[in-house]
Design a protein around this ligand. Sequence first.
Ligand SMILES: *Cc1c(COP(=O)(O)O)cnc(C)c1O
Length: 382
Amino acid sequence: MKEFYLDHAATTYVKPEVLDVMLPFFCDKFANPSSMYKIAKDSREAVEHAREQVAKAIGADADEIYFTSGGSEADNLIIKGYARANKDKGNHIITSKIEHMAVLETCKMLEKEGFEITYLDVDENGFVDLEQLKQSVNSQTLLISIMLANNEIGTIQPVDEIAKIAKQNGVLFHTDAVQAVGNLKIDVKKMDIGALSLSAHKFYGPKGVGALYIRKKYNFQSIISGGHQEKHKRAGTENLPGIVGMGKAIELAMSNLEEHAEKLINVRDEYIEKIFERVPNVRLNGDKTKRLPGNANISFEGVGGASLLLMLSEDKIYVSSASACTAGLATPSHVLKAIGLSDELANATLRVTFGENSSKSDLEYIVEKIAENVNKLRKLKK
Ligand SMILES: *Cc1c(COP(=O)(O)O)cnc(C)c1O
């Protein structure tokens, strides 16, 4: 029986072309990039080549890229590293209520260190309140950290305007672009983004590797003590195969970004249309058009999202009930709560995220199974 993986926002598979370039770096070209002998030069060059690939994809310079173990570490590194390095200049950080846990939990930790955090509200579609943002900036504000696109509801934030507000106030603007890279065009210079987090396993690269971009003029400190790697900003021997794989994955993603996005939008819109045709009492969460190409987040009134997810899994359809990171927790999604959903409706929600291999021809079966299982669950409740 065919399988339908519809959880690309949780993670993607590694493309064969990506695996191919990674393989030599496990057994043959394994030298530590920091070593002195000749063969280590190959490792160093491979890391620097990947750095250029990542930089080019987002319009940055190579020396503005720092490799990390993924998106979570990049978020931690910029928020903790920038706040701690600049605490003589201020103690205030602005973020939003719908950020990924890697940002929210990091901010909570900084509150314990004496930093003050403003968590901006969002409207019913998940857009941050720009007026509230303007009013929140003060002389103590060091950093504004607002995600480029939300991992649960897909909403794409008005980053140009956020960047403008940050610039007018001389504040660093960081964006968690983990969901955006590989789906949306990004140019950090044109968009005036001061810092950005990305992660390879969200764009068909390997897990456990990511990067932080930070514009040269900003100083920050390391959060992992040890060796001199990454210009003393991230100690630890580089994940050589992972970094090489990320470089290739981001290059591939950029080579057909527009077609890829267009394809996903087509499949997504038809899915949403079919669900609305076939299933009564549903609600689309997030903005209709300013959303990630592959994201469809829909609440099914009166249905337990977790039960629905497990039933679909029997039909070999793999989706998410909230974000993967919070799955398993009984508490309703903080994102869905922030856009105004009740606990019950938040828990009645399914996130479907399409990817490269998703096809319109699969939608008939997928929607049929969702409709069938929603009906079953609704009948059980009566
Ligand atoms: C997946 C994700 C992360 C975490 O990235 P990891 O590489 O898994 O640590 C952070 N932010 C967003 C928006 C994500 O979707």
